[in-house]
Design a protein around this ligand. Structure first.
Ligand code: AMP
Ligand code: ZN
Length: 121
């Protein structure tokens, strides 16, 4: 079930300032910070401040926030050094559950970009 804060969730602790992070963006509902183990020259994570595990745990109440996160991603990507236009661009990715390769169970949107090659495809 969704809840505001989950004990022992590292991303809730990042939102609460109990674990340090390199902030990219923050507003009332979301927080963005650099991935500690980047897979690309630019790699940051966008998370809702409210805890929910992944898209399978999202509800209709989360639609506006998820839309807002997707809509602001290009601006943040550009600010972090992703190059504009079709010769630049960036990747957004959400891993969900074991089969989705999810490691941290607080919904997060990966934003990756910058000149290739990257550490991962
Ligand atoms: P996922 O497989 O989508 O759950 O990916 C979790 C991501 O969180 C990985 O890319 C990790 O490098 C990243 N990560 C884990 N702990 C931290 C942390 N304390 N600060 C920043 N990024 C983290
Ligand atoms: Zn959490």
């Amino acid at each position: 079930m969704s809840q505001n804060h989950s004990e022992n969730c590292i991303f809730c602790k990042i939102v609460a300032g109990q674990i340090p992070s390199k902030k990219v963006y923050e507003d009332e509902e979301m927080y963005a910070f650099h991935d500690i183990n980047p897979s690309a020259p630019v790699h940051f994570l966008m998370i809702p401040k409210r805890h929910f595990a992944n898209l399978m745990d999202a509800s209709s109440a989360d639609e506006a926030l998820l839309g807002r996160m997707m809509a602001i991603a290009p601006r943040l990507a550009s600010e972090q050094g992703c190059r504009p236009g079709d010769t630049g661009g960036f990747r957004v990715m959400v891993n969900n559950g074991v089969d989705g390769g999810q490691e941290v169970y607080h919904l997060h949107i990966h934003v990756m970009g910058g000149p290739r090659p990257w550490n991962k495809n």
